[in-house]
Write a protein of this length. Structure first.
Length: 382
């Protein structure tokens, strides 16, 4: 009887232990057996090469003789041969007279064009002033100030006296002359002393020679300059090994940054000789001259390759016994194993070839299984 009780208690203990182990395993699996998926997305990686260089154009300086010159056209504007680009004043008295004439013309224009109730006009003027200040557009502040004067403070002005004073000033010789563009092209106010450097001087130049050209600027003065050709050049100093990945005649995107943040597609004109591990690569473009007109020294990244594929988390990549890479997709509730070709590493993920190119089911929006325990092809996962 005692022996029978011992075996009963032993059997009960074994069964209890088995139940505890079973429950423990299930609890462990519930917390440890995480199942994580992510959507496949298309991703593009641009491989770039650093460059530092100078913009070179065909430029002609406009000379000046007076004490002050006021441009009458904007930076980067196209001009025709003979078109007025600036007014030059030969003395300070002439400049003061011209300033008074401009102020009178503005007053006449503002008070003669005033229409509608003062409260509406005043509100519009306040809005215009706020917009100008917020956008840092200070060129029209004097005009806006006159608007405030007329629309808000309702200053009394004798228009006839203004016209009379303007006629007196116009009748006198104010000592000013119009400066016209000698040739057609693109106007720029900026003169930096390197306008004598022209594109013909670039080809075959070494990195040290290029830097010598831009070491010191010439002592020149002028009203501004006319860029006479639409085609402009970027002479870039690059690592020779980097530059060897480029070829003459290719079109590459050049991503400028720093003082000029923009991307321009440019033609590789030439790749210079090696010197101390460096060389000069000449890029050219016949677009965007109005944006680069005042610029000279710039830094840029040259986009030499663009890779597009499917972005896959590194945790989702697996290796078989033959070191072939593969992933699992969740397809119709089952785990589907597919081979992938890694194109590029990017942080915590890999860029792999799209299944449309490699002949696999991997596509944008496919469900990639990132984590799962005991995963195999055909396993029910959802």
């Amino acid at each position: 009887m005692k022996r029978s009780d011992f075996f009963i208690r032993l059997t009960t203990g074994v069964l209890f232990l088995a139940v505890v182990i079973y429950i423990g395993v299930n609890i462990y699996n519930m917390f440890a057996n995480t199942y994580e998926t992510t959507r496949a997305i298309s991703y593009t990686i641009e491989e770039t090469l650093p460059a530092h260089g100078f913009i070179i154009r065909t430029e002609q300086i406009l000379s000046e003789d007076g004490v002050a010159v006021l441009p009458i056209i904007g930076e980067g504007e196209k001009v025709a041969a003979g078109q007025a680009v600036a007014v030059e004043y030969m003395s300070l008295d002439a400049l003061e007279t011209a300033s008074e004439m401009r102020a009178i013309r503005l007053k006449i224009a503002q008070f003669e064009s005033a229409r509608g109730p003062n409260d509406i006009a005043g509100l519009n003027t306040i809005i215009e002033l706020s917009t100008a200040v917020n956008s840092n557009n200070l060129r029209r502040l004097d005009e806006i100030a006159l608007n405030i004067d007329s629309n808000i403070f309702n200053t009394d002005v004798d228009i006839n006296k203004l016209h009379q004073r303007l006629e007196e000033l116009e009748a006198g010789n104010i000592g000013a002359r119009i400066i016209n563009a000698p040739v057609s092209g693109t106007f720029s106010h900026v003169i930096d002393g390197f306008e004598h450097i022209n594109p013909d001087m670039l080809f075959g130049i070494s990195a040290s020679d290029l830097n010598d050209l831009f070491t010191s600027s010439a002592d020149v003065y002028g009203t501004g300059k006319i860029i006479t050709e639409f085609k402009w050049y970027f002479a870039a100093v690059m690592d020779y090994d980097d530059a060897s990945q480029l070829s003459t005649g290719q079109r590459k995107n050049v991503q400028f940054y720093g003082t000029y943040n923009a991307e321009e597609q440019m033609l590789v004109e030439s790749i210079g000789r090696r010197e101390d591990g460096l060389c000069v690569v000449i890029f050219s473009s016949d677009r965007g001259i109005h944006n680069t007109a005042p610029l000279r020294e710039l830094r840029a990244d040259i986009v030499f390759d663009t890779i597009t594929g499917i972005r896959v988390p590194k945790e989702a990549i697996r290796l078989d016994d033959d070191n072939n890479t593969f992933i699992f997709l969740q397809t119709s509730g089952f785990a589907e194993r597919i081979r992938v070709e890694i194109l590029k590493e990017s942080g915590d993920s890999y860029l792999v070839r799209d299944g449309a190119e490699s002949g696999t089911p991997l596509r944008v929006d496919s469900i990639i299984i990132v984590k799962a325990n005991n995963l195999y092809h055909g396993k029910v996962v959802a």
